[in-house]
Design a protein around this ligand. Sequence first.
Ligand SMILES: [Zn+2]
Length: 318
Amino acid sequence: MRLCWRSRHGGPLPAGAVGGSTVRAVAGRGPAVTGTGPEGRPGSLSSVPRLSEVIAELDALWPPERAEQWDAVGTVCGDPDAEVTRVLFAVDPVQEIADEAIALGADLIVTHHPLYLRGTTTVAAGHFKGRVVHTLIRNDIALHVAHTNADTAEPGVSDALAGALDLRVTGPLVPENGLGRICEVEPPMTLRAFAARAAERLPATAQGIRVAGDLDATVRTVAVSGGSGDSLFDAVRAAGVDAFLTADLRHHPASEATRHSPLGLVDAAHWATEWPWCELAAAQLDEISDRHGWDLRVHVSKTVTDPWSHHSSSGAPN
Ligand SMILES: [Zn+2]
């Protein structure tokens, strides 16, 4: 499949940033109902959706039943009857993102990572996660999570990653569960050039891009998987691709994979491989909002929440 959202919105880091975010939608379009939101033009026709209406559309994009058993997806906090006029998309539900939502006047944050993956017995504000919950509820901001259900959706997290690098998706990496994507690189390029493209197209992080393999080898086909990818090496080998773009690759799986075959490895920061999904998801909600005539603005956070914040290069090894 070839994604249309890039052609509509241009590059992965479009201009038009407001604060730390990017405005995606224009308010005040569509045929329906009454009134205007805070940004609506006087006399324009639009409607303000309820949280429950927005969530119903998000659940149609990323059905919760497609999440892994161990996952924790869905609405973390929020009043179903509350009105939603601004939505902020981000990878991580951390305090900086909650603060950014307040500054934007957002009513809803949609994140890829869960706030509480393993459950909790307290949301006391003395804990950093509880503090996020308090901040959100005190400011009438809802939080909704689409994690492994967004990984396996079509289009999903790995489609967005492929789209950011202008790769042509030819199918899933793991057909059984829909994880990862197999892609063609057109025109073929060296592993060095492919890694350079990843560095250029993905948002900048302290880690940058790590590469393993022959830099002069030709890359025609790649496997991509947003987030931690080293559990997918068997599928990558079975696919017979020239390179694998993912994150969080550990020493032993990476070492064994590169000795097993001439596979090139391109390892980006976890946050950077999943951030393109925020752009895709925002564009999807933007289109839905247009269809309904909602007075809704959609933003993508540019705040880098990758935990690795500094890189000290040791120079080239001998
Ligand atoms: Zn992740």
